[in-house]
Design a protein around this ligand. Sequence first.
Ligand SMILES: Cc1ncc(COP(=O)(O)O)c(C=O)c1O
Length: 362
Amino acid sequence: MKENRIHNFNAGPAALPLAVLEEIQASFLNFQGCGMSITEISHRSKWFDDVINDTVERVKRLLGIGDGHKVLFLQGGASMQFPLIPMNFLGEGKSADYINTGTWSTKAIKEMEIQKKSCKVVASSEDRNFAYIPKDIQFNADAVYAHITSNNTIKGTQWNEFPETGGVPLVADMSSDIMCRPLPMDKFGMIYAGAQKNLGPSGVCLVVVTDEMLSLIPEDLPSMFKYTTYASKNSMYNTPPCFSIYTMQLVLKWIEESFGDLAKMEAYNIEKAGKLYGAMDRTGFYKPTADKDSRSLMNVTFRLADETLEAKFIAEAAENGLGGLKGHRSVGGCRASIYNATPMASMDALVSFMEEFEKKNG
Ligand SMILES: Cc1ncc(COP(=O)(O)O)c(C=O)c1O
C-alpha cells in the first residue's frame, strides 16, 4: 500500500506526513486503548479533552504565544472567516484596510462589500495579474485592522516580509502557509487557516486571535458567529470537528518531533523550494509566474515557455507518479504545491522528471 503512494503536489486538500497517516491507521479502531475510534468518542470525554488541549498547546508553542492569545477551531473553512471578521471587529462607523493580492483576498473584500462595511483597499497587485506582493503601503491610522492573504495559493506569491502598518493589527488568511515559518506574532491581531493544506484534513479552520481583538466583539451577534463563543468554550460550544482536530494535533506533533521548531521547518521549506525554482531558473524552458522577490515557498506556479506542451507535461508527470501539477482552473498552467509535508524525495523526483522532460522536448 505504502509503496503505491504517489508524489502528491495537490494544492489542498494536500499531502499529509506519512507518519501521521500511519499513526491514524494504527490507532483508528481503538484510540488510546478506549475500545473506540477517535470518530466514535464524545467530544466531552477526557480522551478528546486531551486531544484539543494538546493541540492548543502545540499551536502556542510553535507560534511562541502565551495567554494573551486564544486558539480556536471553527467549521466553515477559511471562507467563513471572510464575513465573520468584519462582523466581529467592525462596529458602527469603523473601517478596515484590505490588501488585494488575488482570488482569496478578493473574496474577503467582497464579503465586506456585501455587509456594506467600510473597506479601504490600500494596495493591490491586480494591475499585473497578482504576480507580486505590493510594497510601501500607506495604512490608515484609524483602521481597526489590516487584512492580508499571507500566501496566494493560486498565484504562487507570498509575503516574504510582513508590512509595517504603524500599529494597525494585521489580520491574515494563512490557509496555505501557516506553520511553514516563524511568525512575528506581535504584528497580528488574528491569523486563520483552513487546515487542509498545512495542518490536516478539511473540516476545521484554525483561528489564533488576541484578547484585545476579542474585546471588540459585540454581544448581539448570533452565538455561532462570535469568536468569543468559541474562546469561552474551548471551541466546544457545539460539537467540534473532532477527527480534523485530532489530525491537526498529529501534524503539529510531527513538526515538533521531526523539525523542532518553525525556524527549522522554514529552512527545510527553503531548501525544497530552492531546488525547484533553481531548476527552472537555469534555463527558460519553465517560467515561474511570480516575481522573484514574491515567490511562494508553498505553491510554485509556472508555465512552460511553449504553453502547448503543458498538457503533455502534466499527463506524463502523472504517468511517472507525480500528481496534482495542474494549475488552478482559473489560471491554467502548472503548479507544484509543496507544503510542509512534501518530502525532499518528492522534490528530487519532480526536478529530475522536469529535467528529463526538458531534454526530450526542449
Ligand atoms: C489562501 C486561501 N484562503 C482561503 C481558501 C478557502 O479555504 P476554505 O476552502 O477552507 O474555505 C483557500 C483555499 O484554497 C486558500 O488557499
